[in-house]
Write a protein that binds this ligand. Structure first.
Ligand SMILES: *[C@@H]1O[C@H](CO)[C@@H](O)[C@H](O)[C@H]1NC(C)=O
Ligand SMILES: *[C@@H]1O[C@H](CO)[C@@H](O)[C@H](O)[C@H]1NC(C)=O
Length: 234
């Protein structure tokens, strides 16, 4: 069955250029995950409908934690494949360079600097924004803004819950790489200088911070030109 389906799709794609976009609507995921060698532009079309979201936050800030729990995670859970979420875990931290190495001072203390680095490492190691949001939401859920030193345990637990490898994240957090990543997020944050966090940037400037941080799903769903199915389900 599967084999014939592939042949069928291959035939359609080789002979009917005109129907290309129409077909790819329903089959975007199927086709792009099969290694058929078909020259199709379906991945391009989903890239086009993706909405870019930038989230400036700091890991131990109660408002950022609440935003992840009540807004960002539920939205990414439902609409992840239609969004490109760029996390910027830095907030009101400061970067210091001492004898060639980077150090940080964070609003909620050293635990927050560690948390920010951990989130930066997750984004870097997982190389998938949807997964990184889910993973970082998990880290926040279990560490919250308490300061107990149980980070390694929480990291393993989230890896287990989400069934994702944590080797690369552990390696990153225990190396200079985590500092370099956080320094980069510091530079990115300074370009915007948000007065408070979480601060959300979305491509349509018609929506303000109140709407974005209190009703992210409805706001995002209003922006899509072609409204994806999860927007109509409650
Ligand atoms: C698909 O992409 C290729 C390469 O970017 C381009 O030359 C071609 O015109 C595209 N085809 C369609 C149907 O958009
Ligand atoms: C990213 O992760 C999500 C959730 O696990 C998955 O559905 C998606 O296919 C992944 N994307 C890529 C490009 O691997």
């Amino acid at each position: 069955m599967y084999y014939y389906k592939l042949i069928f799709l291959q035939l359609i794609f080789s002979f009917t250029n005109g129907y290309h976009t129409k077909l790819s609507n329903g089959n975007i995921y199927d086709i792009s995950t099969q290694k058929t060698g078909i020259q199709d532009n379906s991945t391009e079309s989903i890239e086009k409908i993706k909405i870019n979201i930038k989230v400036y936050y700091e890991t131990h800030c109660p408002a950022s934690v609440t935003f992840f729990r009540t807004q960002l995670r539920p939205v990414v859970e439902k609409l992840g494949s239609y969004l490109d979420v760029h996390l910027i875990p830095y907030g009101h931290a400061r970067t210091l360079k001492v004898r060639g190495r980077y150090h940080f001072r964070c609003q909620h203390g050293p635990e927050e600097c560690y948390g920010n680095k951990l989130h930066a490492c997750t984004v870097d190691a997982l190389q998938n924004n949807t997964r990184a949001v889910m993973f970082n939401a998990c880290l926040m859920q279990f560490s919250g803004y308490r300061s107990e030193n149980n980070n390694a345990f929480i990291l393993s637990m989230c890896g287990y819950i989400l069934n994702l490898p944590i080797n690369d994240i552990s390696e990153c957090i225990n190396s200079e790489r985590s500092s370099l990543l956080l320094k980069g997020y510091g530079e990115e944050t300074r370009l915007l200088r948000p007065k408070y966090v979480p601060y959300v940037i979305i491509e349509d400037p018609a929506y303000g911070q109140f709407q974005l941080t209190n009703d992210l799903k409805a706001t995002v769903c209003r922006i899509f030109h072609q409204v994806p199915p999860p927007c109509s389900r409650i």
